[in-house]
Ligand binder design. Structure first.
Ligand SMILES: Cc1cc2nc3c(=O)[nH]c(=O)nc-3n(C[C@H](O)[C@H](O)[C@H](O)COP(=O)(O)O)c2cc1C
Length: 224
């Protein structure tokens, strides 16, 4: 509806599919997204910059509370900066794995074979560091549902990178505050996720884990 006092509107661009094509597309997407795995061994082979920028643009098209788009994506390919990030992350992770982490957490991490060492932060050709903006340029410029919005954007980013044929890891060094200083970001931003991106190393291995079955995660209320 348009009229006096109404915000400007425009026609929706929407592609509709007949049910068989809809079903086929859903199945294809499911098969593709199910192949995504977290990769912790990367090849140093470089990735075209445009591919990374397009995937970040896909992430930035995500919905957000009141369309505030409360995210910043820092694309790091500089070897010296990657090394600084690795050194700082390993410092935090060493004290996490050897002191700060509760026993239960360490037990839950056992199946992944991870430890404080993070060589992939230097080997991966690119790191995408996602920051959540607590507010806009001034504190008066409020942002809403920041965590939810940035989480959705990261989901878009991971799906876009995977679709482009790239491997990722959702890495959350504990704590991550060092990233704001290393990457010179303002106090209004909080490091949200550190995502190494690239191709898997030859012979890359991943943990042999499974997902819950659809019946365990889907509750249907409605006629059969
Ligand atoms: C919010 C979040 C934080 C994570 N943090 C780490 C991390 O710091 N280090 C790591 O090796 N994996 C991390 N992971 C990866 C998970 O271990 C991985 O997604 C999970 O085991 C499922 O495996 P898959 O991604 O290969 O399917 C994280 C995943 C999420 C979603």
């Amino acid at each position: 509806m348009t009229g006096p006092g109404q915000p400007p509107m425009k026609p929706l661009e929407f592609v509709a599919y007949a049910p068989p094509e809809m079903a086929a597309r859903a199945r294809e997407f499911l098969a593709e997204i199910r192949r995504r795995r977290s990769v912790r061994q990367f090849s140093p082979r470089p990735i075209p910059r445009q591919v990374l920028e397009d995937c970040i643009a896909a992430a930035a098209s995500a919905p957000s509370g009141a369309n505030k788009q409360p995210w910043t994506f820092v694309l790091v390919t500089d070897p010296e900066l990657k090394q600084r990030i690795r050194v700082a992350a390993e410092k935090e992770e060493r004290s996490f794995y050897h002191g700060r982490a509760p026993k239960r957490w360490l037990t839950d991490l056992k199946p992944f074979g991870t430890d404080w060492r993070k060589p992939f932060l230097e080997t991966a050709p690119a790191l995408i560091v996602v920051f959540a903006q607590k507010h806009g340029e001034t504190a008066a410029q409020q942002h809403y549902y920041v965590n939810e919005s940035v989480g959705i954007a990261v989901g878009f980013l991971l799906a876009a990178l995977h679709h482009a044929g790239l491997a990722t890891l959702t890495h959350t060094p504990n704590p991550m505050s060092f990233l704001r200083y290393v990457l010179d970001r303002p106090a209004s931003e909080r490091a949200y996720m550190l995502i190494p991106v690239g191709l898997p190393a030859d012979g890359c291995q991943v943990p042999d884990i499974s997902r819950k079955s659809p019946e365990d995660v889907l509750v249907h209320r409605g006629p059969r």
